[in-house]
Design a protein around this ligand. Structure first.
Ligand code: SF4
Length: 207
């Protein structure tokens, strides 16, 4: 079973083709959004930085895993407050028109599954938006089944592609404006004939 990095899950959720380019084709490129996010994470990814307050400890960049599901990753902050475990994931900007993206929530849920299994707990997950200095608790208690089955579905899909060493094709309606791989990927919108896309489609038909 191929182990899945939770960070890669997020690429897959944003655009499965982008995930394939990064994980299977091993390409990478940065743009302003990637750099902004990297700079913001510099602090929270310093695992030597542990903060203590009354009844509260905050650990950064904690390595986590779940053997049964074959997933692993690194948290932003893991807070232990009065024996309660809280995951805090930092994002540069709050999405327009909603409190969170499902993709970001699923990333935190995958971390929660790992933390719960390691520490035998029922952790809470939060997103913190730097631009608005706003945090939101994610609805894992109420919607556990939804997030769990979505996570399994996505992990299985990723493993399927990894097994075949195949880069998934571009989804219909894929939004590309913020993607750092645009110059490498050359998405095909508004192009009538594209050999690369035809080959991807053919491979998918033959599955
Ligand atoms: S440019 Fe668009 S289709 Fe290509 S990898 Fe990025 S998001 Fe996906």
């Amino acid at each position: 079973m191929e182990d899945i990095n939770i960070r890669d899950l997020q690429h897959f959720l944003y655009c499965q083709h982008r995930w394939g380019l990064i994980v299977i084709d091993k390409v990478w490129a940065e743009n302003i959004f990637v750099i902004k996010s990297n700079l913001m994470h510099e602090n929270v990814h310093d695992s030597n930085r542990v903060t203590y307050a009354k009844n509260k400890k905050t650990f950064n960049a904690v390595a986590i895993y779940h053997d049964e599901l074959g997933i692993f990753g690194v948290t932003d902050s893991l807070i232990i407050e009065k024996n309660k475990y809280i995951l805090m994931e930092y994002k540069p900007t709050k999405p327009k028109g909603s409190d969170f993206n499902i993709d970001d929530a699923l990333q935190v849920f995958a971390q929660k599954i790992c933390v719960d299994s390691i520490f035998h707990t029922n952790s809470k997950g939060y997103l913190y938006y730097k631009n608005e200095k706003f945090k939101i608790e994610l609805p894992f208690e109420k919607e556990y089944e939804f997030y769990y089955s979505l996570l399994i579905k996505k992990i299985e899909a990723m493993r399927g592609y990894l097994l075949k060493n195949q880069i998934p094709s571009i989804r219909k309606g894929q939004k590309c404006s913020g993607c750092s791989l645009k110059d490498l990927c050359m998405p095909t919108r508004n192009v009538k004939y594209n050999l690369k896309q035809i080959i991807f489609n053919k491979l998918e038909e033959e599955e």
